[in-house]
Design a protein around this ligand. Structure first.
Ligand SMILES: O=P(O)(O)OC[C@H]1O[C@H](OP(=O)(O)OP(=O)(O)O)[C@H](O)[C@@H]1O
Ligand SMILES: O=c1cc[nH]c(=O)[nH]1
Ligand SMILES: [Mg+2]
Length: 207
């Protein structure tokens, strides 16, 4: 599986704000939004482009646009904090939604929302979820997307655990990973260590 760890001082300093337990909900959402901008920017770097003629006030030159804007899929709740910024960067993108809540005992994702186009064949998809822990939620999302014909999926996660990276790699799905960090591992509650805590709660409060 292709994976990209965005290694940049500005990304690292925003990740530090997310990790810091003293950051309140507003500071957390703000840093998540800004870091998402960097991750999406890098995720798009090698995307196919289309060229067309554009006239400046001075001359005719070559303009560029994305050949095919990706479908953005935030995984609720925590991915909601990424979608506005991703959409600002790619305003032509359409948006679908997946809602999952990890069961606190079994650590399995419990689905509660699926709002996606019927046919995803030929459409690149960017899945937005800040946390890739066991990988169960992301693999469940990939299953849903693959059932609808998606063959070009990018998982954009702020923090990944090695176990989650391995789960994606062995899922058999056509996915690449863009992240700001691969952390040390998981604790007994399957939280990422050192991680940043519960990314949903830290944006919106406990559920
Ligand atoms: O890789 P996994 O072990 O599946 O864990 C990662 C999932 O857990 C978090 O969501 P959570 O279930 O806490 O829901 P929330 O976004 O509503 O807080 C996170 O946003 C991922 O979706
Ligand atoms: O560390 C973790 C693991 C799962 N979900 C989170 O929000 N954080
Ligand atoms: Mg949560």
């Amino acid at each position: 599986m292709d994976s990209l760890v965005v290694d940049h001082p500005l990304a690292a300093s925003l990740l530090t704000v997310l990790r810091d337990e003293r950051s309140d909900n507003a500071a957390f959402r703000h840093a998540l939004s800004r870091l998402t901008q960097m991750l999406v920017y890098e995720a798009v770097r090698d995307a196919p482009i289309a060229t067309f003629e554009v006239r400046t006030p001075v001359a005719v030159t070559t303009g560029v646009r994305l050949q095919q804007p990706p479908l953005l899929v935030p995984v609720l709740r925590a991915g909601l904090g990424m979608v506005e910024q991703a959409h600002a960067l790619i305003p032509q993108a359409q948006v679908g939604f997946v809602g999952l809540a990890r069961d606190e005992k079994t650590f399995e994702p419990v689905p509660y929302l699926e709002s996606l186009p019927e046919d995803l064949s030929g459409l690149p998809v960017f899945v937005l979820d800040p946390m890739l822990a066991t990988g169960g939620s992301m693999v469940h999302t990939l299953d849903i997307l693959a059932q609808r014909g998606a063959t070009d999926i990018t998982a954009i996660c702020v923090v990944a655990a090695p176990q989650g990276v391995e789960a994606l790699a062995s899922s058999g799905h056509p996915v690449r990973l863009v992240t700001a960090s691969v952390d040390e591992g998981l604790d007994e509650d399957r939280y990422i260590v050192p991680g940043l805590g519960d990314a949903g709660d830290r944006q919106f409060g406990p559920r």
